[in-house]
Design a protein around this ligand. Structure first.
Ligand code: PLP
Length: 413
Protein backbone atom coordinates (compact mmCIF):
# COMPACT_ATOMS: atom_id res chain seq x y z
CA UNK A 1 0.00 0.00 0.00
CA UNK A 2 2.86 2.31 0.91
CA UNK A 3 4.23 2.16 -2.62
CA UNK A 4 1.02 2.90 -4.51
CA UNK A 5 -0.69 5.65 -2.49
CA UNK A 6 0.31 9.27 -1.99
CA UNK A 7 1.65 10.21 1.45
CA UNK A 8 -1.36 12.44 2.20
CA UNK A 9 -3.66 9.44 1.73
CA UNK A 10 -1.73 7.44 4.32
CA UNK A 11 -1.37 10.08 7.05
CA UNK A 12 -4.59 9.05 8.84
CA UNK A 13 -3.94 5.31 9.01
CA UNK A 14 -0.42 4.17 8.13
CA UNK A 15 1.39 2.18 10.80
CA UNK A 16 -1.54 2.08 13.23
CA UNK A 17 -3.58 -1.07 13.91
CA UNK A 18 -6.99 -0.23 15.49
CA UNK A 19 -7.41 -3.88 16.62
CA UNK A 20 -4.52 -3.37 19.06
CA UNK A 21 -6.32 -0.39 20.65
CA UNK A 22 -9.95 -1.47 21.21
CA UNK A 23 -10.83 -0.44 17.65
CA UNK A 24 -10.16 3.25 18.28
CA UNK A 25 -10.03 5.02 14.92
CA UNK A 26 -7.31 7.33 16.22
CA UNK A 27 -4.27 6.12 18.05
CA UNK A 28 -4.66 6.66 21.79
CA UNK A 29 -1.83 8.39 23.67
CA UNK A 30 0.31 5.60 25.11
CA UNK A 31 1.04 7.49 28.31
CA UNK A 32 3.23 4.80 29.83
CA UNK A 33 6.89 4.68 30.81
CA UNK A 34 7.47 0.95 30.39
CA UNK A 35 6.11 -2.17 28.65
CA UNK A 36 5.56 -5.73 29.88
CA UNK A 37 7.65 -8.49 28.24
CA UNK A 38 5.86 -11.80 27.64
CA UNK A 39 8.99 -13.79 28.51
CA UNK A 40 12.52 -13.10 29.73
CA UNK A 41 13.87 -14.31 26.37
CA UNK A 42 11.77 -11.70 24.60
CA UNK A 43 13.13 -8.95 26.85
CA UNK A 44 16.70 -10.07 26.11
CA UNK A 45 16.08 -10.08 22.33
CA UNK A 46 14.54 -6.58 22.41
CA UNK A 47 17.52 -5.12 24.30
CA UNK A 48 20.03 -6.66 21.90
CA UNK A 49 18.44 -4.71 19.05
CA UNK A 50 17.85 -1.51 21.00
CA UNK A 51 21.47 -1.29 22.18
CA UNK A 52 22.92 -2.28 18.80
CA UNK A 53 24.47 -5.48 20.20
CA UNK A 54 23.48 -7.43 17.08
CA UNK A 55 21.89 -6.86 13.67
CA UNK A 56 18.14 -7.33 13.29
CA UNK A 57 17.18 -10.74 11.87
CA UNK A 58 15.18 -10.61 8.64
CA UNK A 59 11.69 -9.31 9.37
CA UNK A 60 12.48 -8.77 13.07
CA UNK A 61 10.96 -5.65 14.62
CA UNK A 62 12.17 -3.91 17.74
CA UNK A 63 9.71 -4.78 20.50
CA UNK A 64 8.39 -2.25 22.99
CA UNK A 65 10.73 -1.83 25.98
CA UNK A 66 10.69 1.54 27.71
CA UNK A 67 9.46 4.93 26.47
CA UNK A 68 12.95 6.45 26.27
CA UNK A 69 13.76 3.77 23.67
CA UNK A 70 10.39 3.39 21.93
CA UNK A 71 6.69 3.95 22.32
CA UNK A 72 3.79 3.27 19.90
CA UNK A 73 3.11 6.99 19.35
CA UNK A 74 6.79 7.56 18.55
CA UNK A 75 6.97 4.58 16.21
CA UNK A 76 3.77 5.36 14.28
CA UNK A 77 4.96 8.94 13.85
CA UNK A 78 8.41 7.84 12.67
CA UNK A 79 6.88 5.45 10.13
CA UNK A 80 4.54 8.10 8.74
CA UNK A 81 7.20 10.78 8.52
CA UNK A 82 9.33 8.49 6.33
CA UNK A 83 6.66 8.48 3.62
CA UNK A 84 7.16 12.13 2.61
CA UNK A 85 10.90 11.85 2.06
CA UNK A 86 10.80 8.21 0.97
CA UNK A 87 13.29 7.46 3.76
CA UNK A 88 14.01 4.04 5.24
CA UNK A 89 13.76 5.21 8.82
CA UNK A 90 13.47 8.28 11.02
CA UNK A 91 14.09 9.39 14.59
CA UNK A 92 11.92 11.99 16.33
CA UNK A 93 13.29 14.31 19.01
CA UNK A 94 11.99 16.70 21.64
CA UNK A 95 13.23 19.67 19.57
CA UNK A 96 14.83 20.54 16.25
CA UNK A 97 17.99 21.50 18.13
CA UNK A 98 18.18 18.12 19.85
CA UNK A 99 17.89 16.44 16.41
CA UNK A 100 20.67 18.65 15.06
CA UNK A 101 23.01 18.36 18.05
CA UNK A 102 22.53 14.58 18.28
CA UNK A 103 23.43 14.16 14.59
CA UNK A 104 26.52 16.36 14.91
CA UNK A 105 27.64 14.53 18.06
CA UNK A 106 27.19 11.12 16.43
CA UNK A 107 29.06 11.92 13.22
CA UNK A 108 31.82 14.23 14.50
CA UNK A 109 34.54 13.30 17.00
CA UNK A 110 37.30 15.48 18.53
CA UNK A 111 39.87 16.30 15.81
CA UNK A 112 37.32 16.06 12.99
CA UNK A 113 36.47 18.82 10.53
CA UNK A 114 32.94 20.04 9.76
CA UNK A 115 32.01 21.94 6.59
CA UNK A 116 28.78 23.92 6.85
CA UNK A 117 26.79 26.40 4.78
CA UNK A 118 26.32 29.99 6.04
CA UNK A 119 24.08 31.43 7.21
CA UNK A 120 22.75 28.65 9.38
CA UNK A 121 20.10 28.65 12.10
CA UNK A 122 21.29 30.60 15.18
CA UNK A 123 21.15 27.63 17.55
CA UNK A 124 23.09 25.46 15.10
CA UNK A 125 25.65 28.22 14.59
CA UNK A 126 26.12 28.51 18.36
CA UNK A 127 26.51 24.75 18.79
CA UNK A 128 29.17 24.65 16.03
CA UNK A 129 31.15 27.65 17.30
CA UNK A 130 30.94 27.01 21.02
CA UNK A 131 30.25 23.42 22.04
CA UNK A 132 31.86 21.63 19.07
CA UNK A 133 34.84 23.99 19.03
CA UNK A 134 35.48 23.37 22.73
CA UNK A 135 35.58 19.61 22.23
CA UNK A 136 38.05 19.98 19.36
CA UNK A 137 35.83 19.86 16.27
CA UNK A 138 36.96 22.48 13.74
CA UNK A 139 34.57 23.99 11.24
CA UNK A 140 34.68 25.82 7.93
CA UNK A 141 31.74 27.83 6.64
CA UNK A 142 30.95 28.49 2.99
CA UNK A 143 28.24 30.48 1.24
CA UNK A 144 25.99 30.01 -1.81
CA UNK A 145 28.42 32.18 -3.77
CA UNK A 146 31.24 29.61 -3.66
CA UNK A 147 31.45 26.88 -6.31
CA UNK A 148 32.77 23.34 -6.01
CA UNK A 149 36.38 24.28 -6.83
CA UNK A 150 36.43 27.03 -4.21
CA UNK A 151 34.91 24.78 -1.54
CA UNK A 152 37.48 22.04 -2.20
CA UNK A 153 40.20 24.71 -2.03
CA UNK A 154 38.88 25.93 1.36
CA UNK A 155 39.04 22.40 2.79
CA UNK A 156 42.53 21.78 1.39
CA UNK A 157 43.84 25.08 2.77
CA UNK A 158 42.63 24.16 6.26
CA UNK A 159 45.27 21.42 6.33
CA UNK A 160 42.63 19.07 7.74
CA UNK A 161 41.20 17.49 4.59
CA UNK A 162 41.81 13.98 5.96
CA UNK A 163 39.66 14.90 8.93
CA UNK A 164 36.61 16.13 7.02
CA UNK A 165 33.78 13.99 8.44
CA UNK A 166 30.51 15.85 7.93
CA UNK A 167 28.91 18.45 5.67
CA UNK A 168 25.98 20.32 7.19
CA UNK A 169 23.68 22.28 4.89
CA UNK A 170 20.74 24.57 5.34
CA UNK A 171 18.94 25.44 2.14
CA UNK A 172 17.11 27.71 1.48
CA UNK A 173 19.05 29.83 3.97
CA UNK A 174 17.22 31.64 6.72
CA UNK A 175 16.25 34.49 6.28
CA UNK A 176 17.59 35.33 2.81
CA UNK A 177 16.39 32.25 0.85
CA UNK A 178 19.88 31.72 -0.67
CA UNK A 179 20.15 28.27 -2.27
CA UNK A 180 22.87 25.63 -1.88
CA UNK A 181 23.28 22.89 -4.51
CA UNK A 182 23.12 19.61 -2.57
CA UNK A 183 24.42 17.45 -5.45
CA UNK A 184 27.54 19.62 -5.74
CA UNK A 185 28.13 19.09 -2.00
CA UNK A 186 27.71 15.34 -2.61
CA UNK A 187 30.56 15.55 -5.12
CA UNK A 188 32.68 17.38 -2.54
CA UNK A 189 31.84 14.74 0.09
CA UNK A 190 32.75 11.90 -2.29
CA UNK A 191 35.96 13.68 -3.28
CA UNK A 192 37.14 13.63 0.37
CA UNK A 193 35.77 10.13 1.13
CA UNK A 194 37.82 6.93 1.00
CA UNK A 195 37.13 3.26 1.81
CA UNK A 196 37.86 3.89 5.50
CA UNK A 197 36.03 7.17 5.84
CA UNK A 198 32.76 8.23 4.28
CA UNK A 199 31.96 11.94 4.50
CA UNK A 200 28.25 12.29 5.36
CA UNK A 201 25.88 15.07 4.42
CA UNK A 202 23.03 16.32 6.60
CA UNK A 203 20.50 18.87 5.31
CA UNK A 204 18.27 21.01 7.51
CA UNK A 205 15.12 20.93 5.36
CA UNK A 206 12.87 22.82 7.82
CA UNK A 207 12.09 25.65 5.38
CA UNK A 208 10.77 23.51 2.49
CA UNK A 209 10.01 20.12 3.86
CA UNK A 210 8.78 17.61 3.94
CA UNK A 211 6.53 18.63 1.04
CA UNK A 212 8.55 20.72 -1.39
CA UNK A 213 12.11 19.39 -1.16
CA UNK A 214 13.56 15.91 -0.72
CA UNK A 215 17.30 16.22 -0.08
CA UNK A 216 17.84 12.44 0.11
CA UNK A 217 17.13 12.33 -3.64
CA UNK A 218 19.90 14.84 -4.30
CA UNK A 219 22.66 13.05 -2.42
CA UNK A 220 22.07 13.91 1.25
CA UNK A 221 22.58 11.10 3.79
CA UNK A 222 20.34 12.65 6.43
CA UNK A 223 17.44 15.09 6.39
CA UNK A 224 16.79 17.08 9.54
CA UNK A 225 13.67 18.99 10.60
CA UNK A 226 12.56 21.32 13.25
CA UNK A 227 9.12 19.68 13.48
CA UNK A 228 8.11 22.71 15.52
CA UNK A 229 7.61 24.46 12.17
CA UNK A 230 5.57 23.09 9.20
CA UNK A 231 5.28 19.51 10.48
CA UNK A 232 3.76 20.59 13.80
CA UNK A 233 2.24 23.60 12.10
CA UNK A 234 0.10 25.02 14.92
CA UNK A 235 2.66 26.83 17.14
CA UNK A 236 1.74 24.52 20.02
CA UNK A 237 4.71 22.16 20.34
CA UNK A 238 8.51 21.84 20.03
CA UNK A 239 9.94 18.79 18.21
CA UNK A 240 12.54 17.64 15.69
CA UNK A 241 13.23 14.74 13.32
CA UNK A 242 16.06 13.07 11.41
CA UNK A 243 15.50 10.82 8.37
CA UNK A 244 17.81 8.62 6.33
CA UNK A 245 18.80 5.04 5.63
CA UNK A 246 18.29 2.38 8.31
CA UNK A 247 21.97 2.09 9.20
CA UNK A 248 22.54 5.79 9.87
CA UNK A 249 19.23 6.27 11.70
CA UNK A 250 20.08 3.29 13.90
CA UNK A 251 23.27 5.13 14.96
CA UNK A 252 21.27 8.28 15.66
CA UNK A 253 18.67 6.33 17.65
CA UNK A 254 21.28 4.58 19.80
CA UNK A 255 22.77 7.95 20.79
CA UNK A 256 19.25 9.33 21.37
CA UNK A 257 18.60 6.46 23.78
CA UNK A 258 21.52 7.58 25.93
CA UNK A 259 20.94 11.32 25.65
CA UNK A 260 17.26 10.70 26.39
CA UNK A 261 16.05 13.44 24.05
CA UNK A 262 13.25 11.56 22.26
CA UNK A 263 9.83 13.19 21.86
CA UNK A 264 7.16 12.37 24.48
CA UNK A 265 4.04 10.28 23.64
CA UNK A 266 1.88 13.39 23.86
CA UNK A 267 4.07 15.43 21.49
CA UNK A 268 4.12 12.51 19.04
CA UNK A 269 0.34 12.26 19.22
CA UNK A 270 0.01 15.98 18.44
CA UNK A 271 2.38 15.56 15.50
CA UNK A 272 0.31 12.64 14.17
CA UNK A 273 -2.70 14.95 14.29
CA UNK A 274 -0.72 17.64 12.45
CA UNK A 275 0.52 15.31 9.70
CA UNK A 276 -3.07 14.64 8.58
CA UNK A 277 -3.40 18.24 7.36
CA UNK A 278 0.24 18.84 6.41
CA UNK A 279 -0.36 19.01 2.69
CA UNK A 280 -3.51 21.14 2.72
CA UNK A 281 -1.90 23.56 5.16
CA UNK A 282 1.35 23.91 3.25
CA UNK A 283 -0.38 24.26 -0.12
CA UNK A 284 -2.65 27.01 1.22
CA UNK A 285 0.34 28.76 2.78
CA UNK A 286 2.18 28.58 -0.55
CA UNK A 287 -0.78 30.04 -2.46
CA UNK A 288 -0.99 32.91 0.03
CA UNK A 289 2.77 33.51 -0.11
CA UNK A 290 2.68 33.83 -3.91
CA UNK A 291 -0.02 36.51 -3.64
CA UNK A 292 1.91 38.37 -0.94
CA UNK A 293 5.22 38.19 -2.77
CA UNK A 294 3.58 39.66 -5.86
CA UNK A 295 1.93 42.43 -3.84
CA UNK A 296 5.13 43.36 -1.96
CA UNK A 297 7.21 43.24 -5.13
CA UNK A 298 5.02 45.94 -6.65
CA UNK A 299 4.76 48.17 -3.58
CA UNK A 300 6.62 51.51 -3.73
CA UNK A 301 7.68 51.31 -0.06
CA UNK A 302 9.37 47.93 -0.53
CA UNK A 303 12.92 47.86 -1.84
CA UNK A 304 13.43 44.14 -2.48
CA UNK A 305 11.59 40.86 -1.94
CA UNK A 306 13.42 37.57 -1.37
CA UNK A 307 11.15 34.73 -2.47
CA UNK A 308 11.94 31.58 -4.44
CA UNK A 309 9.10 32.36 -6.83
CA UNK A 310 10.83 35.62 -7.81
CA UNK A 311 14.25 34.18 -8.70
CA UNK A 312 15.28 35.38 -12.12
CA UNK A 313 15.42 32.78 -14.88
CA UNK A 314 18.84 32.10 -16.32
CA UNK A 315 20.66 32.51 -12.99
CA UNK A 316 22.52 29.80 -11.06
CA UNK A 317 19.97 30.17 -8.24
CA UNK A 318 17.13 29.49 -10.70
CA UNK A 319 18.83 26.31 -11.88
CA UNK A 320 19.15 25.03 -8.29
CA UNK A 321 15.58 26.08 -7.57
CA UNK A 322 14.22 24.09 -10.52
CA UNK A 323 16.31 21.04 -9.65
CA UNK A 324 15.80 20.88 -5.87
CA UNK A 325 12.35 22.31 -5.19
CA UNK A 326 8.83 21.60 -6.36
CA UNK A 327 7.34 24.88 -5.09
CA UNK A 328 8.44 28.40 -4.14
CA UNK A 329 7.31 27.72 -0.55
CA UNK A 330 5.70 30.02 1.98
CA UNK A 331 8.66 31.87 3.52
CA UNK A 332 9.58 35.30 2.27
CA UNK A 333 11.61 38.25 3.41
CA UNK A 334 11.70 41.81 2.19
CA UNK A 335 13.52 45.08 2.66
CA UNK A 336 11.37 48.04 3.55
CA UNK A 337 12.56 51.51 2.48
CA UNK A 338 14.45 53.05 5.43
CA UNK A 339 16.17 51.37 8.37
CA UNK A 340 15.38 49.83 11.75
CA UNK A 341 13.08 52.72 12.70
CA UNK A 342 10.87 52.29 9.62
CA UNK A 343 10.93 48.50 9.97
CA UNK A 344 9.83 48.68 13.63
CA UNK A 345 7.14 51.24 12.83
CA UNK A 346 5.73 48.93 10.18
CA UNK A 347 5.85 45.87 12.47
CA UNK A 348 4.11 47.75 15.28
CA UNK A 349 1.19 48.73 13.01
CA UNK A 350 0.27 45.15 12.02
CA UNK A 351 -2.99 43.85 13.46
CA UNK A 352 -3.66 40.40 11.98
CA UNK A 353 -0.09 39.25 11.42
CA UNK A 354 1.59 38.39 14.71
CA UNK A 355 5.02 39.71 15.69
CA UNK A 356 6.80 36.52 16.75
CA UNK A 357 9.72 34.30 15.77
CA UNK A 358 9.19 30.72 14.52
CA UNK A 359 7.62 29.79 11.19
CA UNK A 360 5.51 27.31 9.26
CA UNK A 361 2.42 27.68 11.41
CA UNK A 362 -1.22 28.20 10.48
CA UNK A 363 -1.03 31.85 11.57
CA UNK A 364 1.23 34.32 9.76
CA UNK A 365 4.26 35.34 11.82
CA UNK A 366 6.56 38.27 11.16
CA UNK A 367 9.86 39.30 12.73
CA UNK A 368 12.98 41.46 12.36
CA UNK A 369 15.99 39.11 11.85
CA UNK A 370 18.72 41.69 12.60
CA UNK A 371 17.46 42.30 16.15
CA UNK A 372 15.57 39.05 16.79
CA UNK A 373 16.46 35.62 15.30
CA UNK A 374 19.91 36.76 14.16
CA UNK A 375 20.67 39.22 16.99
CA UNK A 376 23.63 37.07 18.06
CA UNK A 377 25.40 37.21 14.67
CA UNK A 378 28.31 39.69 14.60
CA UNK A 379 27.68 42.86 12.53
CA UNK A 380 30.21 41.99 9.82
CA UNK A 381 28.74 38.52 9.18
CA UNK A 382 25.23 39.97 9.28
CA UNK A 383 26.08 42.32 6.46
CA UNK A 384 27.74 39.52 4.49
CA UNK A 385 24.60 37.40 4.91
CA UNK A 386 22.37 40.24 3.76
CA UNK A 387 20.68 40.66 7.15
CA UNK A 388 20.17 44.41 6.99
CA UNK A 389 18.34 46.72 9.45
CA UNK A 390 15.42 47.06 7.03
CA UNK A 391 14.96 43.32 6.41
CA UNK A 392 11.73 41.68 7.60
CA UNK A 393 10.93 37.97 7.52
CA UNK A 394 7.39 36.74 7.03
CA UNK A 395 6.11 33.19 7.50
CA UNK A 396 2.81 33.04 5.65
CA UNK A 397 -0.13 31.24 7.27
CA UNK A 398 -3.47 29.86 6.07
CA UNK A 399 -5.57 33.04 6.46
CA UNK A 400 -7.38 34.59 3.49
CA UNK A 401 -4.69 36.30 1.43
CA UNK A 402 -6.78 39.45 0.98
CA UNK A 403 -6.81 39.95 4.74
CA UNK A 404 -3.04 39.49 4.93
CA UNK A 405 -2.48 41.96 2.09
CA UNK A 406 -4.93 44.38 3.73
CA UNK A 407 -3.02 44.22 7.01
CA UNK A 408 0.33 44.84 5.33
CA UNK A 409 -1.11 47.64 3.20
CA UNK A 410 -2.54 49.55 6.18
CA UNK A 411 0.73 49.13 8.13
CA UNK A 412 2.82 50.37 5.21
CA UNK A 413 0.63 53.41 4.69
C1 PLP B 1 13.49 26.49 14.37
C2 PLP B 1 14.61 25.94 13.58
C3 PLP B 1 15.54 25.07 14.16
C4 PLP B 1 15.50 24.67 15.62
O1 PLP B 1 14.38 23.92 15.93
P1 PLP B 1 13.68 23.89 17.40
O2 PLP B 1 12.52 23.00 17.17
O3 PLP B 1 13.31 25.30 17.74
O4 PLP B 1 14.68 23.33 18.35
C5 PLP B 1 16.53 24.56 13.34
N1 PLP B 1 16.63 24.91 12.04
C6 PLP B 1 15.76 25.75 11.46
C7 PLP B 1 15.91 26.10 10.02
C8 PLP B 1 14.73 26.30 12.21
O5 PLP B 1 13.88 27.15 11.64
Amino acid sequence: MKDTLHPESLMMTYGYKPELSEGAVKSPIFQTSTFVFQTAEEGKAFFEIAYGLREKAKGEELGLIYSRINNPNLEILENRLCLWDNAEDSAVFESGMSAISTVLLEFLKPGDLLLYSCPTYGGTDHFIHHFLKEIGVDSIGFTHEQDKKEIIQLIRESGKEEKLAFIYLETPANPTNDLIDISVCREVADYFSNPDKKVRIGVDNTYMGPLWAHPLQHGADLVIYSATKYIGGHSDLIAGAVLGNAELIQRVKVLRTFLGNMASPHTCWLLLRSLETLKVRMEQQRRNAEQLAHFLNNHPKIEKVYYLGLIEEGTKAFEIYKKQYTSPGAMLSFEIKGGEKEAFYFLNQLKLIKLAVSLGSTESLIQHPATMTHAGVNPESKLKMGITDNLIRLSVGVEHYEDLIGDIEQALS
